[in-house]
Write a protein that binds this ligand. Structure first.
Ligand SMILES: [Zn+2]
Length: 267
């Protein structure tokens, strides 16, 4: 009997690496109370929370980041907060410093489509440099074909900042080499997988991905760089959890994906 079958009776515990609280310009809302109920129903022990693309953000997400920090302080067992930024804002660097030094937030969330970002542009560099100094992981939305987050651009920043841990939200779903018709994006996607395999500072977050995709990803880069996420409230944590449970991999690897990998990044 191997270790996996000995462990099989116990349930996995989960940290959700991708949850929003606040009020998006698209009308979507989620409160901490609602998320806590979902976590309880789905068996999620802890969640990383950050703002939506907030409908009021002229202050570079200042008000939204403060809310996230207050919720983290109110529910330290349940929540870890990340700082959302608009890198185009003249307030971005001051806000990032405030997020760390005053609010105690533990990572950064960036959204290339919502904030119209070119992820490897010069204006991004001060943010990555500070993330490196502060040892903060950065979760970047990578779903859909968005020019600013093309895999080639991601490879550039991953290469340039080997000490920053990048978490690729939705794991480049649209660029996945096997399903994509665009051979350029396929080869760029293979390049980022190769870089991830070599440098170990790239993590792939699981929301909205089918099991076959995840199994192939794990085969290529290993389970040590895959982290569970739901993108709640856009994704359903219960459903996303079922995807992990259904993976045809050893339980020891599911434990890494459901909890261990992300907990090492936010401890
Ligand atoms: Zn999201």
């Amino acid at each position: 009997m191997n270790n996996d079958s000995l462990e099989d009776a116990s349930e996995l515990s989960y940290i959700d690496a991708h949850c929003h609280i606040g009020h998006d310009i698209d009308g979507t809302r989620q409160t901490a109370e609602i998320l806590l109920v979902k976590m309880d129903q789905c068996g999620i022990d802890h969640a990383i929370i950050f703002p939506f693309n907030e409908y009021l953000q002229r202050d570079c997400f200042k008000r939204a980041n403060t809310l996230i920090a207050n919720l983290m302080n109110d529910h330290p067992e349940q929540f870890t907060g990340f700082c959302r930024l608009d890198p185009h804002s003249p307030l971005a660097i001051a806000e990032l410093k405030r997020c760390v030094n005053e609010l105690g937030l533990r990572g950064i969330k960036l959204h290339p489509r919502a904030q119209n970002l070119d992820i490897d542009a010069l204006y991004m560099m001060p943010i990555f440099e500070l993330a490196e100094n502060y040892d903060m992981p950065i979760l970047i939305h990578t779903s859909g074909i968005v020019k600013g987050i093309d895999p080639i651009k991601s490879a550039n920043i991953v290469h340039k900042f080997p000490n920053v841990n990048f978490i690729m939200g939705h794991s480049y779903k649209a660029h996945y080499g096997i399903t994509s018709n665009d051979s350029n994006s396929s080869s760029a996607f293979r390049e980022i997988l190769e870089l991830a395999y070599q440098q170990k500072n790239v993590y792939f977050e699981t929301s909205f991905l089918p099991t076959a995709y995840l199994e192939e990803l794990i085969e290529k880069i290993g389970a040590g760089q895959v982290v569970f996420g739901s993108d709640s409230p856009y994704g359903d944590p219960c459903w996303e959890k079922l995807t992990i449970e259904a993976l045809d991999i050893p339980k020891s690897e599911k434990i890494k994906i459901s909890k261990t990998n992300i907990s090492l990044l936010i401890e």
